[in-house]
Design a protein. Structure first.
Lengths: 322, 322
DNA sequence: CTGAAAGCGCTTACAG
DNA sequence: CTGAAAGCGCTTACAG
């Protein structure tokens, strides 16, 4: 079962490959309606699909958008992102190519061989990689400080503290995740919380790792117990999941939320809303951000200026827990 | 900044392109150590990476694995899958190419132009597509009944009912998800639950949609209230998330779990474990299944027999809620 | 041990 | 309006 090529289509419709190409690519060249019809019919009948490889070789660029995934689990963000990106790229005949960031091979080998239209990084690239891609005129998009996707970690932490302070809390705990892979994010959010405490004249937040496990969470939470040395009246958690672990830990000690300890999360997840009490949280607007990233990719493809950063990607959603 | 080609490497090291290719691809041909060295050094210095397009054109097959995503959100499964698949494929120099199932263009155009090593479908392909791919000798993997990834929905529902029946429940509710996109799965799980009830001589399960929203869940749950017509003593939920919504709904009515109503979920999520009470659940072993799918892809690549289906991908995890 | 040559399938100047 | 020809970058028989 050999591959059907444009030569086959040409033969079947009694024209040259040139004409086939003109017809199929809607070239500016005028082609007679009868020829057009015959070529299209032949292509359809034979099930012809042009070779992406040959096309890429000829044109010097593939129909691929390379997305370099980070080393950490991105859950909801990844989901929304892939959903939007694959779909919007599809609409333009492009394909999303995923690559795992942990690959030991140099990134340069990848984009040099694949020749993608755009390279999207969910994590910043090395300065050297950035330079090399710029030199090769490869469009690059990273979700760093300026992109809006993974942005504003510090502001998130600060927002949590400001809300807790505004509701009268002074001794604040920070519940960090157990997972080393998100340690970078956690550190940035904690830094934001810390800075806010300093700014507001509050004592340093009491930071603690709280695993997503009831027993371990209960052990961790002891430190914050009203009778303990690290007593706090409120906890800012890395995200809603960690906040739910905090809730479980406090429950194990018979502490009530928000009366004994207030809790504020991040992400505005459905399960945070279903908790008892429903979580007060900072929304990072995953949907908005995923859409924005997709829009950035599209703009980059079209050589247009990047779209304006969405307003207010981070905002507080007040519910019962704080 | 024109592309660096094997010709450049050949020129820089004073040999022919043939020799460059032999060295870089570790051909069976013996090449003198000095030549080898010179070629490798030149390749490194020039930042040479072979063109994937040219290679694919030459060999007739790309280094891509095409993954067709379904129309529904797959959350944890997608996460685990992409994580494992990108990583394991990376290790073999392959790349994961994502495609959105909702694309209106025929799937055939895609695999014909891309010429992937394997096509993985997270949802079954049409019979016509299957046939065409088979004819073109394209390796296909679907996660249907036989694959283990999305398998055994009915068994999952049945397992929930068997557990509830074993703990003395006779009137059982089924909490279906709100999301149309997973309606297929939900129907299969419910069918399994229904069959189990019939087999055990229990009345039909009382099926209800329970949204992931506290107020809506509370409304839905009224039907199951001990004083209502649809009264049940236990609920099997589509998954842990829905089970948490059921918990929230029951809580709103002052009903206690498991004393007034027992609840069993599916997925064994971290947040289900953190709930109050911790959820009894059916584990579908996402990790195991993702790994199995990756193993299937690898086996298909190597032309080996598919790996044995993992034992017991579905099992009950007993905790406090049922 | 190394090189000259063909050919994968496409598109696009260039000629008619 | 249509076609013959070149060339994108690679690998691999085939000759030396």
């Amino acid at each position: 079962m050999p591959r059907v090529t444009s030569a086959d289509v040409a033969r079947a419709s009694g024209v040259s490959r040139t004409t086939v190409s003109y017809v199929l690519n809607g070239a500016a060249k005028p082609i007679s309606a009868t020829t057009r019809e015959r070529v299209l019919a032949a292509a359809r009948d034979l099930g012809y699909a042009p070779s992406a490889a040959a096309r890429a070789l000829r044109s010097g660029r593939s129909d691929l958008v390379l997305c370099v995934l980070p080393d950490w689990p991105i859950g909801a963000v990844l989901d929304a992102l892939i959903e939007h990106l694959t779909e919007e790229l599809c609409a333009r005949g492009l394909l999303l190519l995923l690559h795992h960031g942990r690959d030991p091979r140099p990134l340069a080998d990848l984009w040099r061989s694949v020749q993608p239209r755009v390279v999207v990084g969910l994590t910043p690239f090395s300065a050297e990689d950035e330079r090399a891609m710029a030199r090769a005129e490869v469009q690059v998009l990273t979700t760093g400080e300026h992109s809006g996707l993974v942005a504003l970690q510090e502001r998130t932490g600060a927002l949590q503290v400001h809300h807790l302070a505004a509701t009268g809390h002074r001794r604040i705990g920070y519940a960090a995740p157990d997972d080393d892979r998100v340690a970078g994010f956690a550190a940035q959010r904690l830094a934001g919380a810390r800075a806010a405490c300093a700014e507001l004249g509050l004592p340093e937040p009491v930071a603690l790792e709280v695993p997503l496990d009831a027993a371990a969470a209960a052990r961790a939470v002891r430190t914050w117990h009203p009778d303990a040395a690290g007593a706090v009246s409120a906890v800012a958690a890395y995200n809603d999941d960690v906040a739910l672990a905090v809730l479980a830990g406090l429950r194990a000690h018979g502490l009530r939320v928000p009366d004994d300890v207030a809790v504020v999360g991040v992400d505005d997840t459905a399960l945070g809303r279903l908790a008892d009490p429903p979580l007060t949280t900072v929304s990072q607007s995953v949907e908005v951000q995923a859409h924005h990233l997709a829009a950035q990719v599209i703009a980059a493809l079209d050589g247009q200026a990047p779209p304006p950063r969405p307003e207010q990607v981070v905002h507080l959603v007040r519910r019962a827990s704080a």
